[in-house]
Each structure stands twice: as structure tokens, then as C-alpha cells.
Design a protein around this ligand. Structure first.
Ligand code: ADP
Ligand code: MG
Length: 279
């Protein structure tokens, strides 16, 4: 089933000096229900604009965005669409509303007029899903960045979306926080069948995605499995995107004449491949 269908969309911004910036340029993309997509591209390539076009925060000038068959142009359905696509942003400190964790998580469903017992069930479930159950009575303000982002995710889960977009949600976190948030994204995808769009600068976060989509200057310039996309080493370098570290090491060893597979994405694969070569 198609969760997202983007059909030839274009969107421009007018900048301060009245020049026109085409942030998304004739983009088409279909995302199936349950897919985990990593959306990568350097600063200004149009990733956040594309994210805002998904939930109707922006409407394309040309083309159409459909979420489960409903166009974001359909004003009567826009509330339904926003409920269905959760967004987790970059800054963990800007996403907290209440001073007690459980109140913060309950905020979304309360605004939807959900009945009290159902809210309690959702708060329990959402906190458990992000591994924060023991913090339900705590205050979020002193928590680590990774914990705050997991609470932001729980707040979105409580609204029961079928799609979650993470817009550089790991960018401000330390390595531990990044791992925590990434693990939650994968677990929600696997076990709750939530469709995930993970926008990231870190190529090693993209290697476990089902698909990697690369943007440059408002266009999609590559779309395939991680192995397919990371095989285009020159294209990625020309876009100032680094390869995942294990992939880069394997490429360099290959260049030195060591017979190593060029299809390496993770540390585990690199280790396995090196053991084979050493034998
Ligand atoms: P990314 O998320 O990949 O960094 P963005 O979607 O934020 O890219 O930006 C794409 C382009 O649109 C950039 O050139 C950026 O400067 C421009 N842009 C983004 N938001 C605005 C805005 N509100 N007004 C004018 N230009 C914008
Ligand atoms: Mg952005």
C-alpha cells in the first residue's frame, strides 16, 4: 500500500531580496507503507521543505502530494493528514511543552479530545515504546538530549500516526543519544509498522534503511538500496556527502589491491570481510 505518493511537485520561496529559490524542483517519490527511508543531502538541498510538503505545512505550487490517497490540497482533510504524519525536529529543547513527562506526552491526545482512559493507555504505551517508562513523573528539562528526543517521539506516538518524519533529529545529540533515537526509529518501524522518513547528515545512519534517497538542489539525484546508492562513490563525493566509514575503508583497501568486496556498509560486514581476506 502507498503511504506517500509525491507526483511532480515544485515549490519556490521568495527570499528577502525578492529573488526566487526553487527549494523542491519537480520531485516524484512513492513510499510504501512500512518502508524505512533515509533522506540525505547537504544543507539547503530541500529536505526540510520536502518534509513540510508531506504534512501540508506547505502546499506545492505544482504537482500533488497524497497521503494514503488523500491530497494535501484537500482542506477538509488536512487535520486528518497532520494527525497521520508525526514530525520530530532537530532541537530537543523546542519540543517540550509541560514540566512533567506524562503531561507532555498527554498533550497531543488531549488536544484531539481523546477520552481520559485512552489517554492514560496511550501515555503508558508511548513511554514504554521509547524506553522511558520509569521517567513518567520526572521533569524533562534536566534530561540528556537523547532522552528528550525520545520523549518528543513518545509525544508523537500518543497521537498514533502511521508515518513519522525525523528531520535531523539526531544532529544535536552525542553518539549515545544518536544511537538511542535511531534504535527507537527502527523499532517503531519493525514492530509497529510505522513508515519512517529519516532525514540525516550521517551516512552511517542511512545504511540500515530499506532505501536511501539523495537530494541535491531540490531534486532527487539517487534512490535505491543502501548498497546501490553507496556504490556511487563519485556522485556522493561530488555532493559533499561522505560514505559510511566502513564503506570508505573498504573502497580504500580495494584501491590498494586488497581483494575486498566493495559492497560493505557496516562495521560487522567489514570485520567479516577482513577476516576472510586474512585467511
Ligand atoms: P535542507 O533541509 O536540505 O537543508 P531546506 O529545505 O531547508 O533544505 O532549504 C532548501 C532551500 O530553500 C535552501 O536554499 C534554503 O535557503 C531555502 N529556504 C528554506 N526555507 C526558506 C524560507 N522560509 N524562505 C526562503 N528560503 C528558504
Ligand atoms: Mg533541513
Amino acid at each position: 500500500m502507498e503511504a506517500i505518493k509525491i507526483d511532480n511537485i515544485t515549490l519556490e520561496y521568495k527570499s528577502n531580496n525578492n529573488s526566487i529559490v526553487r527549494a523542491v524542483d519537480n520531485v516524484s517519490l512513492t513510499v510504501n507503507e512500512g518502508e524505512f527511508i533515509a533522506l540525505v543531502g547537504h544543507n539547503g538541498s530541500g529536505k526540510s521543505t520536502l518534509a513540510k510538503l508531506l504534512n501540508g505545512l506547505l502546499i506545492p505550487r505544482l504537482g500533488d502530494v497524497k497521503i494514503y490517497g488523500t491530497s494535501t490540497r484537500d482542506k477538509a482533510k488536512i487535520f486528518e493528514i497532520r494527525k497521520n504524519i508525526g514530525m520530530v525536529f532537530q532541537n530537543p529543547d523546542n519540543q517540550m511543552i509541560a514540566s512533567i513527562v506524562e503531561d507532555d506526552i498527554a498533550f497531543g491526545p488531549e488536544n484531539l479530545g481523546i477520552e481520559r482512559n485512552e489517554i492514560i493507555r496511550r501515555v503508558d504505551w508511548a513511554l514504554e515504546k521509547v524506553g522511558m517508562s520509569e521517567h513518567r513523573k520526572s521533569t524533562p528539562f534536566k534530561m540528556s538530549g537523547g532522552q528528550k528526543q525520545r520523549l518528543a517521539i513518545a509525544g508523537i506516538l500518543a497521537i498514533k500516526p502511521s508515518i513519522i518524519v525525523f528531520d535531523e533529529s539526531t544532529a544535536m545529540l552525542d553518539p549515545e543519544g544518536r544511537r538511542e533515537v535511531l534504535a527507537v526509529a527502527h523499532e517503531l518501524n519493525k514492530n509497529e509498522n510505522i513508515t519512517v522518513i529519516l532525514i540525516t547528515h550521517y551516512m552511517d545512519e542511512a545504511v540500515n534503511a530499506d532505501r536511501v534517497v539523495v537530494m541535491n538542489r531540490g531534486k532527487i539525484v539517487s534512490d535505491g538500496t543502501p548498497s546501490e546508492v553507496f556504490a556511487h562513490k563519485d556522485l556522493l563525493e561530488s555532493l559533499h556527502l561522505t560514505l559510511p566509514l566502513p564503506t570508505s575503508i573498504a573502497h580504500n583497501l580495494g584501491r590498494l589491491g586488497i581483494p575486498i568486496s566493495s559492497d560493505i556498509l557496516t562495521e560487522e560486514q567489514l570485520e567479516e570481510e577482513l577476516c576472510k581476506v586474512l585467511k
